[in-house]
Design a protein around this ligand. Structure first.
Ligand SMILES: [Zn+2]
Length: 202
């Protein structure tokens, strides 16, 4: 299968049991985005921005890693490129964000990885603006966790996704890069600390 053939809707089973929707072996739920945004804002209020970022990064990582493992074992992809690129397709079709890859280079044997692109219509940035206003730092925390997880699973080593521009900061689009941990500077430290135990497992 090619990544471009992936169709989440076709493989979602609605009402597999009463009140249970599944994608392959995973139960999937649909929430109102405003409600998630409110929960997110309440987490920020309750524990502060740094801990909230940590929690949301970890939530995103768990989600991305579960999706990656499910996808890897459920489909027979034509190429390794397809396995990598179905990640952005999944994230987009889940309604989280529209992913526009710009540049992608990797060598799995050598452990080299570089991926850069844009996010459009980020629900997380949208909700952050509604509930918290403009931020002075990137706010698509769960999405960075998701992309980090997918690409770490793909590479079999820790790689981290960070935003350089974010709609939540007033930019017109979110822009991100994904690189191995050792290639990031000190900007990555809080993110690496938050995901340390997950990275140890990939
Ligand atoms: Zn963003």
């Amino acid at each position: 299968m090619q990544a471009s053939d992936f169709d989440l809707e076709a493989d979602l089973e609605y009402g597999a049991q009463q009140g249970v929707n599944t994608f392959k072996n995973n139960r999937m739920v649909t929430f109102n985005a405003d409600a998630i945004g409110l929960l997110r804002q309440q987490i920020i209020e309750a524990v502060g921005t740094e801990t909230a970022r940590e929690l949301l990064l970890r939530f995103g990582f768990q989600s991305g890693y579960a999706d990656f493992l499910q996808m890897k074992t459920s489909y027979d992809f034509d190429t390794e490129d397809d396995l990598l690129q179905v990640g952005p397709a999944m994230h987009t079709q889940e309604g989280i964000v529209a992913v526009e890859p710009i540049e992608m280079e990797y060598d799995r044997d050598e452990g080299e990885f570089y991926f850069r692109g844009l996010w459009h219509n980020s629900y997380e940035a949208q909700q952050h603006l509604i509930h918290n206003g403009e931020s002075d730092h990137p706010v698509c925390w769960s999405q960075m966790g998701y992309g980090s997880a997918w690409c770490s699973g793909f590479m079999g080593k820790p790689v981290l996704e960070l935003e350089s521009r974010c709609v939540g900061m007033g930019d017109d689009v979110c822009e991100w890069e994904i690189k191995p941990l050792e290639e990031w500077d000190e900007r990555a430290e809080p993110y690496v600390d938050a995901l340390e135990d997950f990275f140890a497992e990939v």
